[in-house]
Design a protein around this ligand. Structure first.
Ligand code: HEM
Length: 89
């Protein structure tokens, strides 16, 4: 999957927040398109959407640090979270 990973700065991530056509979420600097997973989230879409369009690492870890999100969202991985400066470079 690494070959088609894109660099995602916070401003782009924010365009994929709650209400967006495709909802993105960053966890530990990896950016996922969580749209397909949303109906399957045991905590429901309302809870999942709390992390929409932003770095959800803290809220995720505060909620369920035991969940192996990397394996679960393997097919949803689209990029890495970078600074605005790095994305522009
Ligand atoms: C369960 C919140 C993201 C996977 C839950 C529950 C909450 C929650 C409140 C408890 C539901 C209940 O027991 O009634 C959140 C929030 C998220 C988030 C606020 C983002 C900010 C994710 C993501 C994944 C995930 C990205 C997976 C890729 C799970 C799983 C459970 C769960 C597997 C069941 C855990 C268990 O029972 O041990 N979530 N979630 N969640 N969530 Fe999330």
């Amino acid at each position: 999957p690494f070959s088609h990973m894109i660099k995602v700065p916070p401003s782009l991530l924010a365009q994929h927040g709650r209400g967006a056509d495709q909802v993105w979420m960053a966890i530990e600097n990896k950016v996922y398109n969580v749209s397909a997973y949303m109906p399957f989230h045991p905590g429901g879409d309302k809870e999942l959407l709390r992390g929409a369009g932003r770095d959800a690492t803290k809220i995720f870890m505060d909620t369920h640090p035991w969940v192996n999100y990397g394996q679960m969202l393997d097919q949803c991985l689209i990029g890495i979270l970078v600074s605005e400066e790095e994305a522009a470079a």
